[in-house]
Design a protein around this ligand. Structure first.
Ligand code: NAP
Length: 243
């Protein structure tokens, strides 16, 4: 049984999808969880539904807002022990048609936000000599994907950020890992046309898309003392697609 009693966590983009499931699972393990999302009402509703949680508004593409969010969570909970950089967007297109602003938007939400949140959260974690940072990357950050140059670059960037942060912070008992989900059933993958979904499913050895809780369970493990000698790793959770 994973126990996170007494720990506090911040999950970005947690009003719905994988982030919501991560927040729910961390609460079920005993943590108090800050649910950050673009829409305060949605974050507060999710927090109310899952229990020991509180909603915060934050557009993670704004570095000042991310820094203030970390401070606000530390003020509200007294500490921040577990940071899950989950918020992410797609703006897919073939490279020839991809606009600069679509590149920048995806980089800022998916990658820069994780750097800024890690920079802000590490100070308190260093003082307390305990911290867990988990970055939600993607299998496409490992293998690339047609039409997703921006998204896959941001997710590959998160893996580099994970490894560099892990090296910088290991001596203070702050462990930094990434999870690379495969195709998980959420609003993000609901956008896929039926034909593309069937082709993707056929490429998954387990023959099905993942559930948000498949990712949430991996986060809970990495956040716990069961993972106390694991840092700088990428845990692929994809039903066997990438191996
Ligand atoms: P989702 O269902 O689209 O949920 C994303 C959440 O992030 C939403 O609540 C969204 O808020 C929020 N968000 C978007 N932009 C934000 C911003 N600028 N600031 C704060 N919050 C923001 O996505 P998901 O499928 O759960 O994905 C979660 C993470 O897993 C992402 O990093 C994604 O790249 C990664 N991932 C997903 C899959 C998959 O198959 N689903 C696979 C690999 C990796 P709104 O609802 O208000 O937009």
């Amino acid at each position: 049984m994973i126990a996170l009693t007494g720990k506090t966590a911040l999950v970005t983009g947690a009003a719905r999808g994988i982030g919501r499931s991560i927040a729910e699972t961390l609460v079920a393990c005993g943590a108090r969880v800050a649910i950050a999302d673009l829409d305060l009402a949605a974050a507060e509703k999710t927090a109310e539904e899952i229990g020991e949680a509180r909603g915060f508004a934050c557009d993670v593409s704004d570095p000042a807002a991310v820094t203030m969010l970390v401070q606000a969570v530390e003020d509200a909970f007294g500490s921040l022990d577990i940071l899950v950089n989950n918020a992410g967007i797609t703006k897919d297109n073939l490279m020839a048609r991809m606009k600069d602003e679509d590149w920048d938007a995806v980089m800022n939400v998916n990658l820069r936000s994780a750097f800024v949140a890690t920079r802000a959260a590490q100070r308190g974690m260093m003082k307390r000599r305990w911290g867990r940072i988990i970055n939600i990357s993607s299998v496409v950050g490992i293998m690339g994907n047609k039409g997703q140059a921006n998204y896959s670059a941001s997710k590959a960037g998160l893996i580099g950020l994970t490894k560099s942060s892990a090296k910088e912070l290991a001596s203070r008992n702050i462990l930094v890992n990434a999870i690379a989900p495969g195709f998980i059933q959420t609003a993000m993958t609901d956008k896929l046309p039926e034909e593309a979904r069937a082709a993707l499913t056929a490429a998954i050895p387990m023959g099905r898309l993942g559930e948000p809780r498949d990712i949430a369970n991996a986060v809970a493990f990495l956040a716990s003392d069961l993972a106390s000698y694991i840092t700088g790793q990428v845990l692929v959770v994809d039903g066997g697609m990438v191996m």
